[in-house]
Design a protein around this ligand. Structure first.
Ligand SMILES: Cc1ncc(COP(=O)(O)O)c(C=O)c1O
Length: 402
């Protein structure tokens, strides 16, 4: 056997993302399986009472209960941490469980949160409705201008929460600028990085303290399972995030962790192809007679194009289309599509179109929706893996029906 210690690729941190996502975090049982094993067990047995005590008191490393310790989850968490460049990660049953844990783990009654108002509906609910019930107040700001965060900070602000690009309006928030503001006030920054994906935007490198994902989206990317991840420093993840997960139990099933682990192997291929298509579709829609506005980060007409170039390496897979003629026109377009499906999911191999005003954001008043840029004609398009020409032909036909 050759000595591989000095091999430049002996450390997975030196691997390119594609290699990390195929091999990273892999653990092999004595059977030496090539594909990762599913540890579909809730508990563990111990060779002695002393061994059990030593595991519970952290004298030795070992797994003691799958609510917070499972080898299949270890592999998924380690693979995600490598990709993100994070020290540690914890997996959750859904993206909302991940976001709720990340937020709740960082605040106590009496604290204050500043968040951008253009957020996925569930995330906004957590910050705006749930947190105040437990004595944590919140202020929502227009996230496009970092000065709005500065103006909203209070002495008791402990957390800033942003999503960029935003769901569904594809607005951007300057992560570096907001991280600097949060830290100057002694607060932490959480970034929901679902829309950009871990391949195209690195919030931790830009100053974020925690990053969250709905793994339901591009990580699974095939519409099969829900999941979530929170990543950051060992101190935060193995401290408050782990404790809240361990004691409240929003845990990911080992089977779902395995599905997500295997999906990571193909994520770069899928997301690269989907992003290429999204850029071509955005260019096709830009200036189309039936379209009032199309928002895609890497389209030159995007008002924050310069920021997109600075903090993202690719425009990613989602775009917002404001069709002329409001809700009626948006419904007509969606209903005339043959390949693209009407659905509220995103990041999937299948292209999906959503009318946020009547689905994901229907609970908000018209005034709140308009303030967040959710106009009656707004559609969110998640570009999938179908042939790009087919997708353009589908949209072209549907636009002609308006
Ligand atoms: C930006 C964003 N964050 C969080 C979530 C919640 O994820 P999940 O549906 O897995 O709970 C979603 C879901 O659509 C989302 O789009």
């Amino acid at each position: 056997m050759s000595d591989k210690k000095n091999h430049p690729l002996s450390d997975p941190k030196n691997w390119a993302p594609e290699t990390q996502l195929v091999h990273g975090g892999g653990l092999r049982t004595p059977f030496n399986e090539t594909s990762e094993a599913i540890f579909m067990n809730s508990g563990y047995s111990y060779p002695s009472s002393q061994h059990a005590e030593d595991i519970f008191t952290h004298k030795i490393e070992g797994h003691n209960y799958s609510r917070f310790a499972n080898p299949t989850l270890d592999m998924f968490q380690e693979r995600m941490a490598l990709l993100e460049g994070a020290e540690a990660a914890r997996a959750f049953a859904t993206g909302m469980a991940a976001v709720t844990n990340a937020v709740m783990s960082q605040v106590r009654a009496g604290d204050h949160i500043v968040a951008s108002r253009a957020l996925f509906g569930g995330c906004r609910y957590v910050v705006e409705d749930f947190m105040p019930r437990w004595g944590v107040s919140s202020t929502l700001v227009d996230g496009r201008d970092p000065a709005n965060f500065e103006a909203a900070m209070r002495p008791n602000t402990k957390l800033v929460f942003i999503e960029t690009p935003t769901n569904p309006t594809i607005e951007l928030v300057d992560i570096r600028a907001v991280a600097d503001i949060a830290h100057a006030h002694g607060a932490r920054l959480i970034v929901d990085n679902v829309f950009a994906t871990a391949l195209h935007q690195h919030p931790l490198k830009l100053g974020a303290d925690l990053v969250t994902y709905s793994a339901t989206k591009h990580i699974d990317g095939q519409g099969r399972t829900l999941g979530g991840v929170v990543l950051g420093s060992k101190e935060l993840i193995e401290g408050d995030v782990h404790t809240l997960l361990r004691q409240t139990g929003p845990s990911l099933s080992p089977f779902n962790a395995w599905v997500l682990l295997k999906s990571l192997e193909t994520m770069p291929l899928r997301v690269r192809q989907m992003s290429e298509s999204a850029a071509r579709i955005a260019a096709f829609l830009d200036g189309h007679a039936k379209v009032a506005r199309v928002a895609y980060p890497f389209l030159k007409s995007h008002p924050q194009y310069e920021l997109a170039q600075r903090q993202m390496s690719n425009g990613s897979t989602l775009l917002a289309i404001d069709v002329k003629g409001g809700r009626e026109a948006a419904f007509k377009l969606s209903d005339a599509l043959s390949v693209i499906l009407i659905s509220n999911n995103l990041g999937d191999a299948k292209s999906l179109i959503t009318h946020p005003g009547t689905t994901t954001h229907q609970r908000f008043s018209e005034a709140v929706r308009l303030e967040s840029g959710i106009t009656p004609g707004l559609l969110r398009l998640s570009v999938g893996l179908e042939n790009t020409d087919d997708l353009i032909a589908d949209l072209s036909f549907a636009l002609d029906q308006i």
